[in-house]
Design a protein around this ligand. Structure first.
Ligand SMILES: CSC[C@H]1O[C@H](OP(=O)(O)O)[C@H](O)[C@@H]1O
Ligand SMILES: Nc1ncnc2[nH]cnc12
Length: 291
């Protein structure tokens, strides 16, 4: 069995991972372009942990400008088997108040400017996204949260909007009426690409606001979000510390096959494959392409 390597992508408010020990900062080259920044590679309680700040230091990158393909590719090159996103989000449910952590199990894609596949002309693949989140990872996160006395909601649907503007009132009401739980701007391209790269993925969606649907709350502003972020970030770091301490040292096979997603996904005949694209796919799909 492969050694488990835990990847953490930090979103808004999480630009570093205190508690990471023996850290080396590494800039891994990717054929997909520049990742958000260097990887911080270290360990927590002996477990290898790789951290990447999604928006980079100083929140330099907007959600539409993040190179999600390069980010997932370098995580794969660093050996990450299990990837957790720590993300800020707005809430569509009264009971999911700011400060609540939601372990989402479904995503809805409302983005339109993202490169969210490694595959294309010269090597076509269709992976399943029926269950985008690795159930085992969600269970481990929920157990770590219980041990740390951090309240989490164990399921929910995250709608990923393009942004960077927040939703209009009509959009917010529509998503609420459709029964979605939370909204953000970043997680769906990551979930899709992680699946293609056969990395187990889970999201900790940390509620910062009620978007703009709530009659008793003003429309969301960055200032409001930042106030809640600091508190959420402190809890998230505690959660990750516990998760890493208790995480299995061997990668557990994913019950829904996230880590074997390419077994039945490639459709382009070997003779029709483009060698240049195959070269770029070396890290994410080498397992199946090399045979
Ligand atoms: C700072 S508010 C909007 C911003 O926050 C979320 O970022 P992340 O998912 O990286 O935590 C949201 O997706 C937007 O990018
Ligand atoms: N209301 C909201 N909409 C989109 N992304 C968010 N991130 C945090 N709050 C958000």
């Amino acid at each position: 069995m492969a050694k488990a390597v835990l990847g953490i992508i930090g979103g808004s408010g999480i630009y570093d991972l205190p508690g990471l020990e023996n850290v080396t900062e590494k800039r891994i080259e990717s054929p997909w372009g520049d990742p958000s920044g260097p990887l911080r590679i270290g360990e927590i309680a002996g477990l290898p942990v790789v951290f990447l700040s999604r928006h980079d230091a100083g929140h330099r990158l907007s959600p539409s400008d993040i190179n999600y393909r390069a980010n997932i590719d370098v995580m794969k090159r660093a050996g990450v088997t299990d990837l957790i996103s720590l993300s800020a989000c707005g809430s569509f449910k009264e009971e999911l108040a700011p400060g609540t952590f939601v372990l989402v199990d479904q995503f809805v894609d409302r983005t339109h400017k993202r490169e969210s596949s490694f595959f294309g002309t010269g090597c076509v693949a269709h992976v399943s996204m029926a269950h985008p989140v690795s159930p085992r990872l969600r269970i481990h996160i929920a157990e770590a949260a219980r041990a740390e006395d951090i309240a989490v909601v164990r399921d929910g649907t995250y709608v990923c909007m393009e942004g960077p503007q927040f939703s209009s009132y009509a959009e917010s009401m529509t998503y609420k009426q459709l029964g979605y739980s939370v909204i953000g701007m970043t997680n769906l391209p990551e979930a899709k690409l992680a699946r293609e790269a056969e990395i187990c993925y889970a999201t900790v969606a940390m509620v910062t606001d009620y978007d703009c649907w709530h009659p008793d709350h003003d429309a969301v502003t960055v200032q409001d979000i930042v106030k809640v972020l600091t508190e959420n970030a402190e809890k998230a770091k505690r959660l990750v510390g516990r998760l890493a301490r208790d995480f299995p040292r061997e990668h557990e096979p994913c019950p829904i096959g996230s880590d074997r997603a390419l077994d039945s996904a490639l459709i382009t005949a070997p003779a029709a494959r483009d060698p240049a694209l195959l070269a770029k796919l070396d890290a994410v799909a080498g397992r199946v392409l090399r045979g």
